[in-house]
Design a binder for this molecule. Sequence first.
Ligand code: SAM
Length: 253
Amino acid sequence: MEKMRLSGHDVYYATELRAGQRDLVLAGEEFHHLCRVARHRVGDPVAVTNGRGLMAVGRVKAIRKESAILEFSDWMEDYGESYLRLWLGVGMIRSQRFDWLVEKATELGVIRISPLLTKYARSRDGEAKAGRWRRLAIAAMKQCQRSVLPEVDAPMPLAEWLEQLPPSGPRLAAIPEAEMFVGHWICNARLVPPLELVALVGPEGGFAAEEVQLAQSRGFVGVSLGPRRLRTETAALLLCSLLLNMIPAKEGR
Ligand code: SAM
């Protein structure tokens, strides 16, 4: 697979895309976006991702009434992805703030987002929101030219989430009272990519003492994000951006 960099290419999403596939018929919402919103014409450069790590680059070959045919010349694996596979668990917050978090965490490179129900999680209106979060994640993935669509789970209790985590790999919890600053942990952890890391951030009301103990008993190390009390979504994005930028993106990406 040839290494190249996307420039102004608009990215579209087609789950059926395979490596080496020359032509693709784009229909439905993605066709609407290509033709009616972005107003692409035959010959325009475009890219398509399947959301599972593949990015294909090519041009618009033909436009019909309800679909467009795209023709590809290059295919790239893991385009726009970091070595770090970061899974973020975060206490449920109000709907609009969680929407914003899904969009930004996707842009930063998180691979999975789990909204968590905790003792002090104030907002529990997210149960019907999984479809909306998926659409937001798709739009953000396309906009930032990623090739992996992050999974966004339906809200679940913290204890249940802890049971689902991978058996090994570092786990960090943002705890305002923690003595170790996250920067200190990053400098001393000697992480070797590729790497899976799980990060946990509390809801607006914070974690209950027993939840901190439970997370610690499951291998979470508490880290501080500095002397100010940050909103949940600010804390989550700060933690994600520090972690995702400490390990360089793949060569040439
Ligand atoms: N009164 C709550 C407490 O003391 O935990 C404040 C919760 S804060 C608004 C929401 C979440 O963001 C916290 O549970 C924590 O995970 C994270 N957070 C906020 N500021 C932080 C900081 N300075 N260091 C570490 N985590 C922080």
